[in-house]
Design a protein around this ligand. Structure first.
Ligand code: CTP
Length: 424
């Protein structure tokens, strides 16, 4: 059974390596967030890192001794400090990681504390590396070669963002924002040694699978300035896309209007209304292995769109004629061959299960993720989610699993775990 505790960070021991990059200041923010979430963070700084951030800041924020010099007499606890520390940790994260540190770890050059720890890690402890440097250094063949070596050795590389760099140039090489780093850390903590069997099964089953995901609301235009929409934030669908990509799948996200940004390696199509979402999703469906329709598609749209702006002086009472939008999930149900088709259902607690079951059968879905609109921490606009998953065990036996409240990322892991049970 899956661990349902949504505060996966709680009590976890994380070694945070900081190297000499201008992005090192973000590592301080990362320490603060991880500590707030309940993790114990052990900062280790390379000598160059100390030119960018001070050990005092890292120590204050983490409330731990900061490791600098590996021969410092104060850290020689237990005989072999590096071996002791890696054996008691759940994960090591290096953010930001410079080209030079990448090269040293890839080649086992243990001339500082950080590289020594990274080299001493055993293979069951995740090593997450977030490279951050100028584009030309990132794209340099030696950096790319070292990244490949590290990846082949089992390290998880968090791809850098594209954007403005401290040099003033624009390109690949920015350290991703804190929420993205937390996404990776949370997912890999979950997939770390405590749930190793589940993690291995998920990664094996989802690697290179093509997954299509819809997310967010749709806006159906009334006139050129007004629309019919809903409160969906898109967070659940974005999380499914991010976690799917972390698990090695090839993800295509079709997103309605949201304020979210997709930082992961996910092909993203942006749409506004249900007709555009319908077109892309129906077109892409034959090529995919799994489709997860988490978007809160508007059920109705204006029969006619009015050009310009409806003026209130001329309109004392306004009646809009609405028609149903095309049901994307139902259409995919009719096109389905070997794909796994997953829908969402937002229901009130009374009759929720019955309605979700009806939706699953009438729309031809293999699985429904049920949220309750009258339950706290479930459905729209929440950080966490409380889900019940329905699927068919066989033609006439239905599986129903109700989970505790979890972060949306952990809900995603659980949803993929249930999907992987349906994959042949
Ligand atoms: N859905 C869809 N296209 C629509 C409406 C809904 O693909 N035009 C999908 C949603 O993405 C979700 C599932 O259908 O996966 C169920 O959506 P929900 O709004 O709960 O159900 P509806 O069928 O719209 O019925 P109702 O709103 O009456 O409960």
């Amino acid at each position: 059974m899956i661990n349902n505790k949504y505060s996966i960070f709680n009590g976890k021991n994380i070694i945070l390596g900081i190297t000499g990059s201008i992005a090192a200041y973000k590592a301080l923010l990362l320490i603060r967030e991880l500590v707030k979430l309940g993790a114990n963070v052990f900062p280790v700084l390379t000598p160059s890192a100390t030119h960018f951030v001070t050990p005092l800041s890292a120590g204050n924020l983490s409330k731990q001794n900061v490791i600098l010099d590996m021969f410092d007499i104060n850290i020689q606890f237990g005989g072999a400090w590096h071996i002791n520390l890696v054996h008691s940790c759940d994960m090591m994260v290096i953010a930001p990681c410079t080209a030079s540190t990448l090269g040293k770890i890839a080649n086992g050059i243990c001339d500082n504390s950080l590289v020594t720890l990274a080299t001493a890690l055993t293979s069951d402890i995740p090593l997450l590396i977030a490279p951050a440097m100028d584009t030309s250094m990132y794209l340099n063949p030696s950096t790319q070669k070292n990244l490949t070596i590290l990846q082949n050795n089992g390290a998880i590389i968090i791809p850098p963002d594209k954007g403005e760099l401290s040099s003033g140039l624009v390109g690949e090489g920015r350290l991703p924002e804190i929420p993205v780093l937390l996404d990776y850390i949370e997912t890999y903590l979950f997939l770390s040694k405590t749930e190793q069997n589940l993690a291995n099964k998920l990664k094996t089953k989802l690697r290179n699978k093509k997954i299509l995901i819809t997310a967010g609301p749709t806006y159906e235009k009334i006139d050129d300035v007004r629309f019919i929409g809903n409160y969906s934030s898109g967070r659940m669908g974005y999380s499914l896309a991010a976690v799917g990509s972390i698990l090695g799948a090839d993800v295509h996200l079709v997103s309605g209007p949201t304020s979210l940004k997709m930082h992961h390696n996910v092909e993203t199509s942006y749409v506004e209304n249900s007709d555009d979402m319908y077109e892309i999703v129906v077109d892409s469906f034959p090529e995919v292995d799994i489709a997860i329709l988490s978007a809160a598609v508007a059920d109705f749209k204006p029969f006619e769109k009015i050009k310009g702006k409806i003026k209130k002086e001329k309109t004392e009472k306004l009646t809009l004629e609405l028609i149903q939008t095309k049901d994307i999930l139902k259409k995919l149900g009719t096109l389905k061959k070997n794909q796994i088709l997953v829908g969402f259902a937002l229901e009130e607690e009374d009759n929720g299960l019955k309605n979700a079951w009806r939706k699953m059968t009438s729309k031809g879905a293999d699985m429904i993720v049920l949220n309750f609109l009258d339950k706290q921490e479930s459905g729209f606009q929440t950080e966490n989610n409380t889900i019940t998953i329905l699927n068919f065990q066989s033609d006439d036996v239905m599986n129903i699993n109700t989970y505790e409240t979890m972060s949306k990322n952990l809900c995603s892991v659980v949803i993929y775990s249930e999907i992987s049970n349906l994959l042949k």
